[in-house]
Write a protein that binds this ligand. Sequence first.
Ligand code: HEC
Ligand code: HEC
Length: 329
Amino acid sequence: MRKFFKVTGIVFAVVLLLIAAGYIYIMYQYPKVPPAPDMKISATPQMLERGKYLANTFASCMDCHSGRDWSKFGGPLLPGTEGKGGEDFGETAGYIPARNITPDMETGMGSWTDGEIFRAITMGVDKNGEPLGPMMPYMYYRNMDEEDVKSIIAYIRTLSPIKNEVKPHSFNFPVNLIFRTIPTTPDFRKFPDQNNKTAIGEYYSGGCMACHSPMDKGEFIKDKMFAGGVEFPAPKGGTVRSANISPDKETGIGSWTKEQFIQRFKSFKNPDTYNITVNQNEFNTVMPWTFYAEANDDDLGAVYDFLMTQKPVSNKVEKYSLPDKYSAR
Ligand code: HEC
Ligand code: HEC
C-alpha cells in the first residue's frame, strides 16, 4: 500500500510538473508574432474613402468599437461615439471590451505607430505583443488585402479623439492560454478582379460567415455553411438566432431575387426602419443592418452572388425567443 501511494504521489508530481512546464512554455513562447513592422502610411484621399467604407460596412470595425443605441432596432451607431470602445464582447471568455481606437493620446491609439496598429489588426496582439481575444476578428483581417488594412488605419487616424478609458480585458482560465496560441502572421490576399463578382462577394462576407455559420469546437461545420441558427444574447433580453442565408428555397434565401436582397439592406437607410423603440424583452437584433445599409448596391449584389454559389442547407430557424421566465414553453 505504502508503495502504491509513493508511486501515485510520484505520478501526480510528474503530472503537475508537466502542467507547470506547459503553462510556462505557452506563457513565454506565445504569441508567436514578429515585432511590429516599421511602416509609415501616407494617406491619400482614395485610401481615406476606402478605409471609411470598409470600417463602417463589411469590415465592421465601427459596429464593435462605437456606442450603439440598443433601444432602437438593430442598434444604430450613437453619433459622437465613433471608435470610443467599451462594449463587452467577452461572454463566457471573460471581460473583453472593445478598445478605444480613436487617436486620443492617453486613452486611445494616438501613441501607437502605424506598424503597431497594423500588427494588432492582422496578427492579434497589442502594442506590447500581448494577445488580444479573437472576438477582435484578426483571423479574418489576416486574409485581407494589405492595402485595405492600410486604408482602414489611415481612416481611424482621422476619427475625432475621444477621451474614454476602457478597463483592461481579463481572460478566464483556460482561454487565457488558448488565446496566446492563436495569433499568427498574416496571409494577405489581393482584392479580386472587378469582374469576378462572386470572389468579391466572398471577400466581403467574412462577417456574414462568422455570424451565420454554426461552429463545433471552434470550427465551422462544413455542411452547414451560412445555415444560420447561431445564438446570440439578444440586446433587450432573450435569444436571437442568425437567419439561414444559404440558397435553400424553403428555409434560406434561395427564393429571394438579388434586388430583394439589396433592398432589404438598403431599407435601413431610412430611419423609419430602425427608429423603433425596442423595450426590454422585445425582439432586437445583433445583425448590423444600419451599417451594411451604407454598402453600395454592387457590393451587396456581389455578396448575394457569392451566397448563391453555396450549398443550400435546409434549416428552419426561429429568430427570437424570450428569456425563459417569460416564454410559454
Ligand atoms: C466583433 C467585434 C469587433 C470587430 C468587428 C472589430 N473589433 Fe477591434 N477589438 C474588439 C475587441 C473586443 C477588442 C479587445 C480585445 C482584447 O482586449 O482582448 C478589440 C481590439 C482592437 C485593437 C487593439 C487595441 C488595443 O488597445 O489593444 C485594435 C487596434 C482594433 N481592435 C482595431 C479594429 C479595427 C481597425 C477593426 C476593423 C478592421 C476592428 N477592430 C474590428 C472587437 C472588434
Ligand atoms: C453580428 C452578427 C451578424 C453579422 C455580422 C451578420 N448577420 Fe445577418 N443576421 C444576424 C442575425 C442575428 C439575424 C436574425 C435577426 C434579424 O433578422 O435581424 C440576421 C439576419 C439576416 C438576414 C435576414 C434573413 C431573413 O430571412 O429575414 C439576412 C439577409 C442577413 N442576415 C444577411 C447577412 C449578410 C449578407 C451579412 C454579411 C454582409 C450578415 N448578415 C452579417 C446576425 C448577423
